[in-house]
Ligand binder design. Structure first.
Ligand code: ASP
Length: 344
């Protein structure tokens, strides 16, 4: 198991800076159908099923976003899309696998902000996100929520801050591994309070949320794409959303800024990648299919119900994701290094 160590106070100012920049807006083949929506069926790409590898456990936010794209992207490409969960080490196991996969467009990676933090967190990372992949496009940017087990004592953010500060030795927080969004958000929260909590890492925040609902851990910070149902169903206690603006689908929750924690501001961008040697025509076909999927009314509605939205069409492009990955990698490296966060 990996463990992250960090100096919480050193993170505060730097992370606050970073997260405001984060939210800058900026196979096995079945026969292809005859084609009304896609490139299959003419011997060109794709003429077999495509696998999208998800770097976290099934049922979590990255998995949910991927499965929303599965049907409309598959229909556009004229092939089945298979989702495969490859968990471990904050998403780096899956990224390493896809980096080394055949560059033929049949193995695609869905990843999030963790793609930009891994190089600084993992000294022995066996791939370079900026070199070993071609980008397909950005998918969505998702707010996070501060949540706790239903019977956790504090009921407001103010009470949460007091309680966690007074009981830092005994409070546990769940996350999806070093470099995962839930880990980064947890670091930000701890930095803001000047405390160090006991981390409980999972293979994704799908299982982490189940543990929270079961009362096995106290606290978590995770994307609305995972937490909305549990909040609405009263299975967890929710305190705030981590975006500057309120989230429409969770109207009762204040923003962290409104609740006196302006430093805890973060949203999580997702993107699609293929191995670096993948032909440009294949990248283009995947990017075109992504654009179509993001314009699908069901995808828009489902994401909306979960507090998120598809990116604008001009962001679902290789150029936009490359720019995001480059700028975020540049942003996070000094923050992580200065804060002394290490994965061992
Ligand atoms: N939400 C998780 C994270 O902390 C990842 C996941 O399970 O999708 O990054």
């Amino acid at each position: 198991m990996t463990h992250a160590r960090f100096r919480p106070f050193a993170l505060l100012a730097a992370l606050a800076l970073a997260v405001s920049a984060c939210s800058d807006g900026s196979g096995s083949g079945s026969e292809a159908p005859d084609g009304s929506g896609g490139g299959g069926g003419d011997g060109g790409y794709p003429d077999a099923a495509i696998t999208i590898v998800v770097p976290f456990a099934a049922g979590g936010p990255t998995d949910t976003v991927t499965r929303l794209l599965q049907e409309p992207m598959g229909a556009e490409l004229g092939q089945q899309i298979v989702v495969q969960n490859v968990e471990g080490a904050g998403g780096t196991v899956a990224a390493g696998e896809v980096a080394g996969a055949e560059p033929d467009g049949y193995t695609v990676l869905m990843h999030h902000i963790g793609m930009s933090t891994a190089p600084a967190l993992y000294p022995d990372l066996p791939y370079d996100p900026l070199v070993d992949f071609k980008t397909i496009g950005l998918v969505t940017e998702v707010p996070m929520t501060l949540i706790a087990r239903q019977d956790f004592e504090p009921t407001t953010v103010e009470e949460l801050v007091d309680y966690v500060t007074e009981n830092a030795d005994s409070v546990t927080y769940a996350h999806a591994g070093p470099g995962a969004a839930s880990h980064l958000c947890g670091l930000l929260f701890q930095s803001a309070l000047g405390v160090t909590l006991t981390e409980v890492p999972y293979d994704g925040t799908g299982p982490a949320l189940t543990a929270l609902e079961g009362g096995q851990v106290d606290f978590m910070c995770d994307q609305t794409t995972n937490t909305t149902g549990a909040i609405e169903g009263g299975l967890v206690k929710a305190y705030a959303v981590t975006t500057p603006e309120p989230v429409e689908s969770l109207p009762d929750l204040p923003t962290t800024a409104e609740a006196g924690l302006p430093e805890v501001e973060v949203s999580v961008w997702h993107g699609l990648y293929v191995p670096a040697e993948t032909p440009d025509e294949v990248v283009q076909a995947l990017s075109d299919a992504l654009k179509v999927a993001l314009a699908d009314q069901n995808v828009i509605d489902e994401l909306g119900n979960l507090g998120a939205a598809p990116v604008a069409e001009d962001q679902a492009t290789p150029e936009a994701l490359t720019e995001k990955l480059e700028s975020q990698t540049e942003l996070w490296r000094p923050i992580i290094e200065d804060a002394g966060v290490e994965v061992s």
